[in-house]
Design a protein around this ligand. Structure first.
Ligand code: AP5
Ligand code: ZN
Length: 214
């Protein structure tokens, strides 16, 4: 199954992606995670993308597209994949279509998580992430058993640098201007599954599975 997970910052893409890839046994490709990993390792790519991410701006299309192209050509993607945070512009969507068509493949579905702005801000500013395994928590909505410590691996939790109130507002604005047009793009192709992302984590997952299989 070849899937895209679309939605504004804080919509719950990463949270739902973890459950979806487990159920369907496909790789989770998050461009945000790839960039954060490169920043942590101090690579050339990491240095290039950091300035955009810190400001809440999109990384230029050519950089993102070439990374995703390489990634979906890998062996583990031959039976499908879940793209999380990509595409983010119509230009990226068109580049993906072209690449898939060259490979003789097509997308199955685009899951679009809808969530209001006020909820997004509360979710993002309360988010905490495990520095060792990457698991995502929320101080109010999805807290770990022990404050500041990951349930899975005992790692310390941290806050993403771009999760400040100011940067979140910018990221939401960028989403409205540059990413939202993709909803129309994929609706016209008949691929969109609209999901209410304001419910509880389990309920959203159930709705996604039902929409994919129904
Ligand atoms: P990226 O890492 O993709 O971030 P994002 O799109 O801003 O999305 P988030 O990771 O903030 O949110 P999410 O939807 O995954 O929510 P989560 O599940 O964590 O991108 C970061 C940056 O990288 C961009 O700004 C850009 O600079 C660059 N970039 C990446 N891809 C790019 C591309 N294609 N082109 C150009 N630039 C690119 O949930 C959020 C919180 O809410 C968590 O704490 C979670 O526990 C909680 N939560 C989740 N679901 C629920 C629920 N149902 N109820 C209550 N709480 C919930
Ligand atoms: Zn952990």
């Amino acid at each position: 199954m070849r899937l895209i997970l679309l939605g504004p910052p804080g919509a719950g893409k990463g949270t739902q992606a973890s459950a979806i890839v487990k159920k369907y046994n496909i790789p989770h490709i998050s461009t945000g995670d790839i960039f954060r990993e490169n920043i942590k390792m101090g690579t050339e790519l990491g240095k290039k993308v950091k300035e955009y991410m810190d400001k809440g701006l999109l990384v230029p299309d050519d950089i993102v597209v070439s990374i995703v192209k390489d990634r979906i050509l890998k062996d583990d993607c031959k039976d499908g994949f879940l793209l999380d945070g990509f595409p983010r512009t119509v230009n990226q969507g068109e580049a993906l279509d072209k690449e898939l068509s060259n490979m003789g493949l097509k997308l199955d579905k685009v899951i679009n998580l809808n969530v209001e702005k006020e909820i997004l801000i509360e979710r993002i500013t309360g988010r905490r992430i495990c520095k060792d395994c990457g698991a995502t928590y929320h101080i109010k909505f999805n807290p770990p058993a022990k404050k500041g410590i990951c349930d899975n691996c005992g790692g310390k939790l941290y806050q993403r640098e771009d999760d400040t109130q100011e940067t979140v507002e910018k990221r939401i604005e960028v989403y409205q201007q540059q990413t939202k047009p993709l909803i129309d793009y994929y609706t016209k192709k008949g691929l969109i599954l609209n999901i209410d992302g304001s419910k509880a984590i389990d309920e959203i997952f159930e709705a996604i599975v039902k929409a994919l299989e129904g």
